[in-house]
Design a protein around this ligand. Structure first.
Ligand code: DWN
Length: 388
């Protein structure tokens, strides 16, 4: 538990200060009210699901955009619906990442590994790769420590690898961690002095530019930029040495960092608020989406049941009247409903031939458009609802 949080309803805490710079909490710039958990797929239409406050505020010093409330990670991640390898573009993406950094014989630890697609790619290139992942329901392709990253996981990893890690990867996990400085401290402890840490996350810069309010859900506690993450790294004794902009998940950042040298204090990047632009784009989409769907009523279905669709559809109150069904490649999701709605999830083979398919997994629109049958146009809700 982070000292800045106070218990509200047992499974949800209220943040009292910025988890990176300690700045006191401020008024949220966007409050979506009580929202379902993004991966809480129900077996009954419109079944009552747990709802928690979902609102975002922007810190002063480091400018970190973050949620006002923190839902317990045990509730969110120990029984998890998302499976990396159900998105083939992610399998290719992680093969590319391993291809760029793998070294034969290197000790690699992947944190928040889901089904182990990334460490398996490192192992395929001769590295010795293990995973640290809390989900108990997802089978992992490499040896796995089933825990959140903590002291015990660090010592178990060092035992398993017979030494510290040469490479630590954390993709789409740093935004999900409440005690981010503690997390990075464990990374520093687990990392060899000449080791490297690679982190990836959806870039708040891209989210803001696209008005992608659907990326706001309870799993995403922080909306990181290079500036706020560099601030956190420094607090943990790590130094960024490389920054890459990568296209995955609507535009992400990849940082390569190493242990900071004694007395090494690199200047922190400056930060300009992106909130006004974000709000303008998000509100435009929130207004247009029901109009767009009304214009395609009876001729449109959806494609994908990503976590982000839960925020998109609940925030704009879209239900099966406008989107009669969606399809998804994840076996666990098929036969269930998008949380908080009565929109059923069918297998991809049952898309049929609607005149238009709204691609809710818009970050994979390019790949999914190629899968659409003759006569079905592809459309995306973000940035701004439009036919492709
Ligand atoms: O941060 C997170 C990211 C990494 O993954 C997690 N908090 C949760 C999850 O977010 P998401 O569910 O919004 O991620 P995706 O990767 O955008 O989800 C894509 C969805 O689309 C999956 O359910 C699989 C599905 N899909 C499909 O049905 N056919 C994807 C592709 C590429 C396809 O061809």
């Amino acid at each position: 538990m982070v000292l800045t949080d106070t218990v509200v309803a047992g499974q949800c805490l209220v943040a009292q200060a910025c988890r990176i710079c300690g700045d006191p909490t401020r008024e949220p710039f966007l409050d979506l009210g009580l929202m379902p958990l993004a991966n809480d797929y129900q077996t009954e239409p419109g079944a009552g699901c747990q709802r928690f406050p979902l609102a975002v505020w922007e810190g002063g010093k480091c400018g970190l955009v973050q949620l006002t409330h923190v839902v317990s990670p045990e509730v969110l991640f120990e029984d998890y619906a998302y499976v990396t390898s159900c998105s083939l573009p992610m399998v290719d993406h992680f093969a590319g990442l391993a291809g760029q950094f793998a070294v034969v014989g290197a000790k690699v630890v992947d944190i928040g590994s889901n089904d182990g697609t990334l460490p398996a790619a490192f192992a395929a290139l001769g590295s010795i790769a293990i995973a640290i992942e809390p989900a108990r329901n997802i089978e992992c392709k490499v040896p796995k420590i089933t825990r959140f990253l903590d002291e015990v996981a660090v010592s178990e990893a060092i035992d398993l690898l017979r030494g510290k890690a040469d490479i630590i990867t954390a993709t789409n996990v740093c935004a999900h961690v409440d005690d981010l400085l503690g997390f990075l401290g464990h990374v520093r402890t687990l990392l060899a002095d000449d080791g490297h840490f690679i982190a990836e996350w959806p870039d708040w810069g891209k989210i803001a530019a696209a008005g992608a309010f659907d990326q706001i859900y309870h799993e995403h506690l922080s909306y990181l930029t290079f500036a706020s993450f560099a601030h956190a790294l420094r607090e943990a004794g790590l130094q960024a040495v490389q920054l890459q902009h990568i296209p995955v998940h609507g535009g992400s950042l990849r940082i390569l960092a190493r242990p900071a040298r004694p007395n090494e204090i690199a200047p922190l990047p400056t930060y300009k608020s992106l909130v006004p632009g974000f709000m303008q784009a998000a509100e435009a989409t929130m207004t247009e989406l029901p109009v767009f769907l009304e214009s395609w009523k009876g001729r449109i279905a959806a494609y994908g049941a990503p976590a982000k669709a839960t925020t998109l559809l609940n925030a704009v109150k879209i239900d099966e009247g406008l989107l009669p069904y969606t399809v998804d490649s994840t076996p666990f999701k098929v036969g269930r409903y998008i949380p908080g709605t009565s929109i059923p999830i069918r297998p991809e083979s049952e898309l049929g031939n609607p005149e238009c398919a709204l691609i809710l997994a818009w970050n994979f629109a390019e790949e999914i458009v190629r899968k659409l049958p003759e006569g079905t146009r592809g459309a995306v809700p973000i940035p701004f609802p439009r036919v492709l």
